[in-house]
Design a protein around this ligand. Structure first.
Ligand SMILES: *[C@@H]1O[C@H](CO)[C@@H](O)[C@H](O)[C@H]1NC(C)=O
Ligand SMILES: *[C@@H]1O[C@H](CO)[C@@H](O)[C@H](O)[C@H]1NC(C)=O
Ligand SMILES: *[C@@H]1O[C@H](CO)[C@@H](O)[C@H](O)[C@H]1NC(C)=O
Ligand SMILES: *[C@@H]1O[C@H](CO)[C@@H](O)[C@H](O)[C@H]1NC(C)=O
Length: 452
């Protein structure tokens, strides 16, 4: 159990002041004798996870109109002090999809006895899955009927009106990749809790995706970024950078235990575009116009097809590490090309304990928690899977950095993983504070335990 070793080193190694910045997240950071950041809790990253899981588990079920769902399920902006929503937005596709993957991963780790609270993880996962399948669907007719909405107004049950950047394109604007992301997350939930509705949603979403897929080329991805759910019309963004979840979904349904041959050809067709057209743009000198890791963020309506990001590339790298040669004989070279692209364009020195942190996109290159923590998850997994210790170190220092954004008083989190030398704001975007962070910290912990 390598994690135990790391934790005991962290607890017993001489913990020294790190140097110049004296505030990192909620802590005065401590470093080892080589100047490398240490975890802020004696129990390491697992303790940060456990404390924040407990914080979110303590959120109320009985806020007005909340239909017995805790607010992290339906509110994108939550006050860091009383769990109350601070706006009407919910980015249901990404927040609940990534949150669901997060809690299902934690549930599996806890059930395997490696760490974490299985009861709390399952409760959150089921709420996220139920919200997605009951309250956050597109209209029941049309090209993209009965799939996940990307955004909405959280006072509407069910959601009926797009919000954030989607609002500029009409009430039924959806982001296509969220359809795949939530479907794949629901498939994973179904494997933990066999409620037929979860599987039905995943299979239906995959069929809609397969029916709308095109080959793709250097200017158009296999699906656009935004479409109208009812008419199917193109709305915005010819390039859609987030192909990892559609690929995961098709491959998972084509393979046992589902063994649905209808998804084998869509998977092969999508992989051909990713391998031959998208992956070659993962390089440090890619121009904004050439890059195919663009679009993705809900709040953006402009600079879309040339706004490079780290998020979509890192999620593709994670898929390559998960599947290895079963998907791609060149998986290691491809993963390293993604790291080269991401670190050159979005990597920053944290200036504390030699950690590397990762910004989000060209027009907002800040290390928000969701984008930043992907380095903890993906570099740790790749270090584990390849045996290349430099990647494990990169992932571990980033995970230790992220653990500083769990408040030791009650486990509350900050979305602003860039706050150095300033007391962090609690709360903020819920996916950056927690729901898109947890799965990365779990992947990191699993990798430290040699599970990769
Ligand atoms: C696990 O989570 C449940 C639900 O939030 C809570 O009741 C329980 O006390 C937690 N267990 C531990 C050991 O923290
Ligand atoms: C969407 O779901 C509703 C309710 O289950 C159903 O009546 C309708 O036929 C579905 N639409 C499509 C296109 O599958
Ligand atoms: C790229 O694909 C789009 C959408 O399928 C198509 O309209 C366009 O003509 C293609 N471009 C080239 C150069 O083939
Ligand atoms: C600090 O990080 C850089 C770049 O990741 C690396 O080259 C260097 O060896 C690290 N320093 C220590 C003391 O590990």
């Amino acid at each position: 159990m390598r994690f135990v070793l790391v934790a005991s080193v962290a607890a017993t190694a001489s913990a020294l002041p790190c140097g110049a910045p004296t505030i990192l997240g909620f802590f005065t950071p401590k470093c080892d004798a080589n100047g490398l950041l240490l975890a802020p809790f004696a129990g390491g990253v697992q303790e940060a996870v456990d404390r924040s899981v407990a914080y979110y588990a303590a959120a109320p079920y009985d806020l007005p109109l909340s239909h017995n769902f805790q607010p992290f399920v339906w509110a994108t902006f939550m006050s860091g002090f009383d769990y109350l929503p601070t706006s009407l937005d919910i980015i249901a596709g990404m927040q609940d999809g990534m949150g669901l993957l997060s809690y299902v991963k934690l549930y599996k780790r806890a059930k395997a006895g490696r760490g974490g609270n299985a009861t709390a993880a399952l409760s959150a996962a089921v709420q996220l899955g139920d919200y997605l399948t009951i309250w956050a669907l597109t209209p029941a007719h049309g090209v993209w009927a009965n799939v996940s909405r990307s955004t909405g107004l959280n006072i509407e049950w069910p959601l009926k009106t797009a919000s954030q950047g989607d609002a500029a394109f009409g009430i039924n604007c959806i982001e296509v990749d969220r359809v795949a992301m939530t479907a794949f997350a629901l498939l994973r939930l179904y494997e933990a809790v066999p409620t037929p509705r979860y599987l039905a949603h995943a299979v239906h979403s995959a069929r809609v995706l397969a029916a709308t897929q095109v080959d793709g080329n250097a200017t158009d991805a296999p699906w656009p970024f935004r479409v109208d759910a009812v008419s199917g019309a193109f709305l915005n963004g010819h390039k859609n950078g987030e192909m990892a979840f559609a690929l995961r979904l098709f491959r998972a349904l084509a393979a046992p235990p589902y063994s649905m041959p209808e998804f084998a050809q869509p998977a092969a067709r999508l992989w051909a575009w990713v391998r031959d057209v998208q992956l070659p743009t993962a390089r440090p000198d890619v121009t904004p116009a050439e890059c195919l890791f663009v679009n993705f963020f809900e709040d953006r309506t402009t600079t879309l097809d040339n706004n490079r990001n780290s998020w979509t590339a890192m999620e593709l790298a994670r898929l390559l590490v998960e599947e290895k040669a079963a998907l791609d004989p060149d998986w290691q070279a491809h993963v390293e090309s993604i790291f080269a692209y991401v670190l050159a364009l979005f990597g920053h020195a944290s200036n504390v304990g030699n950690a590397t942190i990762v910004g989000e996109q060209d027009d907002d290159n800040k290390p928000w928690g969701g984008a930043n923590s992907k380095l903890a998850g993906v570099a740790s997994l790749y270090g584990c899977a390849s045996g290349k210790a430099a990647f494990s170190t990169l992932g571990r220092l980033n995970a230790f950095h992220m653990a500083h954004f769990t408040d030791p008083t009650d486990g509350g989190r900050s979305a602003n993983a860039y706050d150095v030398d300033v007391a962090p704001t609690r709360g903020g975007w819920t996916q950056d504070a927690w729901l898109d962070v947890l799965h990365n910290l779990v992947d990191h912990l699993e990798a430290e335990d040699g599970v990769c």
